[in-house]
Design a protein around this ligand. Structure first.
Ligand SMILES: [Zn+2]
Ligand SMILES: [Zn+2]
Length: 149
């Protein structure tokens, strides 16, 4: 069966890239990877307390697809807790509404329309051009930049 590319809407990115366990050495190679749609499914149900129907329509996907994503997300979260593994949030077939930026000079976070290019951007607070595109950090599974290491 061909994989259908779904468009899902995400208003905002998670405020962190993941968790590391206390008591165990964080081993990123053994991290549980949760994608952005799984994160969003958990957030809508267990944080915003939406019902499944509502959450499925918020994410613009069918109810059975939503439930499958939600179940996978819970399983991953539980695996990380029980096995003491790091949890990384990255990847996924999501449409992010805006470009989210992080200023490496003054640590200010801000967002712009999605079309903005990094080289013509400057931090609105300190005017620095040392900007990280957080969309890339999440979507491409960044492990290189200062914040993700
Ligand atoms: Zn700045
Ligand atoms: Zn990064």
């Amino acid at each position: 069966m061909p994989r259908v590319k779904l468009l899902r809407m995400l208003d905002d990115l998670p405020i962190i890239k993941g968790f590391r366990p206390i008591w165990m050495k964080a081993n990123l190679r053994q991290a549980v990877i949760m994608n952005l749609e799984e994160y969003e499914a958990l957030r809508l149900i267990d944080y915003e307390k939406q019902i499944h129907e509502q959450a499925a329509s918020t994410m613009n996907i069918s109810r059975p697809t939503f439930t499958r994503i939600y179940e996978t997300a819970r399983q991953k979260l539980t695996t990380a807790l029980v096995e003491g593994r790091s949890l990384l949030i990255e990847g996924g077939n999501v449409t992010i509404q805006e470009s989210h930026w992080y200023c490496e000079s003054c640590f200010h976070k801000f967002s712009t329309a999605i079309a903005s290019e990094a080289d013509e951007m400057a931090c609105p607070k300190c005017n620095s051009k040392q900007l990280l595109n957080l969309n890339d950090c999440f979507l491409s599974g960044c492990r290189r930049c200062r914040r993700c290491r």
